[in-house]
Design a protein around this ligand. Sequence first.
Ligand code: IPE
Ligand code: IPE
Ligand code: MG
Length: 262
Amino acid sequence: MFKRITGLFSKERISENEETLLQAVDISRLPNHIAIIMDGNGRWAQRRGMPRSFGHKAGVEALRNVVKLCSELGVKVLTCYAFSTENWKRPQDEVSMLMDLLVEYLDKELKELHRNNVRINALGQLNELPQAPKDAVLRAIEETKDNSGLILNIALSYGGRTEITMAVQKIAQMVKDGEIEVSEINEKLIGNKLYTAGMPDPDLLVRPSGDYRISNFLLWQLAYTEFWLSNVMWPDFKREHLLKAIIDYQRRERRFGGLKKK
Ligand code: IPE
Ligand code: IPE
Ligand code: MG
């Protein structure tokens, strides 16, 4: 099994360390869904005396590497937090730069993602995006919609509270229209009204950058997710980090409120 996976990597990318880590991964027990808060770009750049935009550009490379690894391993869903509902508060030039970077990423990567059978999806209030990034995202979703490999969710103008609020509005409308009774509102219905409808909840949440919070990310879906936090800044995040996170995840015992398995 290990041979089959390493065969997919180009030679120069396998450092000794990555190979050792790969051997430690149990491919039959991969997390189905990995969520990542791609944080620390600004600090990474500022520590180098560079503008924050430099960090955002470097962060794209980290995203590329992680998507490729998840696709190669056979992870089913990868959700990356790219822009929050609160990030609109940032200076206009940083927001525009991030939007331009998104368009550039999709322009450059779409072919490769498509070739790798990746299905692109967006979580968030897409209608709040400016026209160019909105079009780029819609095009990427449309072009990759029949792919059956990794689902790459890009969280854009995403907020967990907004997501839940929207779900509540939809459900309230259903009750008002007489489609359901109040007593029929349950966790399954709520889950089906979220942006992640039909997808498994994340098994593993990764947050680099040394901050220990969820910053309005997947508030509903993270109920029993395993967290892996690291001080590494997102632009420095390598394949090895994700492999370490997966290995660590596989050593944990998930009880979901029950008791240890005998
Ligand atoms: C994450 O990096 C990218 C976005 C939030 C868009 P930051 O820009 O938050 O970088 P730091 O956290 O300030 O270092
Ligand atoms: C979370 O990072 C959002 C993204 C990575 C897109 P932030 O930098 O916006 O979060 P806070 O402000 O540190 O909580
Ligand atoms: Mg940040």
